[in-house]
Design a protein around this ligand. Structure first.
Ligand code: ZN
Length: 270
């Protein structure tokens, strides 16, 4: 599933082909993904010029010069294909730029979504209204966590997955960040010391930025005809490594929290 770093690298990859470009043609090849494509999407964007791209949580943003923004979510399996040799049956939305590049939003399982909103109304987009601060933005601080966690007895890992507390963090990155910050995933959030919350902010940013950098190294391939935006492998320290040794001499363990696997080291996470 695409997580925040994959969405960020996707947006950066798309920026190279879209920013400042005219949308010469846009087509949708079916009525819906997870929900219907917005009515009037094709008419609204045909001939428009892309003035910038961005990201909010796990949503990509494509801003055009008509005061509107196309919002896309990659769902479980979505990816953008750049200049594919041939369009496939899962290329559900296709953009052709003035420069002649073809960008196809491919989503085999169709859990993704596309929306069109007025750019000055972005904050009112339902999925954005209750979002906490961006993990890579200035709003995420130890103080923010201290306020959000005050008197909370829920496990810190579960609260880190709550998008109202911090936007866009998924299971893998939460496991990895708690490991780096040496915090037990099942510790009641309200009992985590301020110093540990400071380590957590640094750890969250580090795991995301390293993943983005790793994705960035694959972006070089994107200009090739078979190039795809969306996925890359990472070397996780604990995620998916149950039973493997930790650098501390302990062993990576797994348990289920809120229906998802938590990977951690019982020896060095306190
Ligand atoms: Zn350890």
């Amino acid at each position: 599933m695409p997580e925040l770093p994959e969405v960020e690298t996707t947006v950066r990859g798309l920026t190279r082909f879209l920013e400042g470009e005219r949308i010469a043609r846009i087509a949708v090849n079916r009525a819906d993904l997870r929900r219907a494509f917005p009515p009037g999407l094709v008419q609204a964007l045909t001939g428009a010029t892309v003035i910038g791209l961005g990201r909010r949580a796990k949503y990509g943003l494509i801003h055009v010069n008509r005061g509107q923004t196309m919002i896309f979510h990659l769902g479980m399996s979505g990816r953008w294909r750049i200049d594919p040799e041939a369009l496939g049956k899962h290329d559900h939305l296709v953009i052709e730029t003035g420069a002649g590049h073809v960008l196809a939003l491919n989503d085999a399982r169709r859990f993704g979504s596309v929306d069109l909103v007025d750019t000055d109304q972005l904050d009112g987009f339902p999925a954005f209204m209750a979002l906490g601060p961006e993990p890579l933005g200035p709003g995420l601080t130890a103080k923010h966590f201290a306020n959000a966690f005050e008197n909370r007895i829920a496990a810190i890992k579960l609260l880190l997955l709550d998008q109202r507390i911090v936007a866009g963090l998924g299971n893998i990155y939460v496991c990895e960040a708690l490991y780096r910050a040496r915090i037990r995933p099942d510790k009641p959030a309200g009992q985590v010391a301020t110093a540990a919350l400071g380590r957590l902010v640094i750890a969250i940013r580090a795991v995301l930025e390293e993943a983005i950098a790793a994705g960035g190294s694959t972006i070089r391939d994107y200009a090739q005809p078979s190039g795809e935006l969306g996925y890359f492998a990472n070397a996780w320290k604990v995620y998916g490594r149950e039973g493997e040794p930790c650098e501390c001499g302990g062993k990576v363990a797994r348990f289920v929290q809120g229906g998802r696997s938590t990977f951690w080291c019982p020896k060095c996470q306190k």
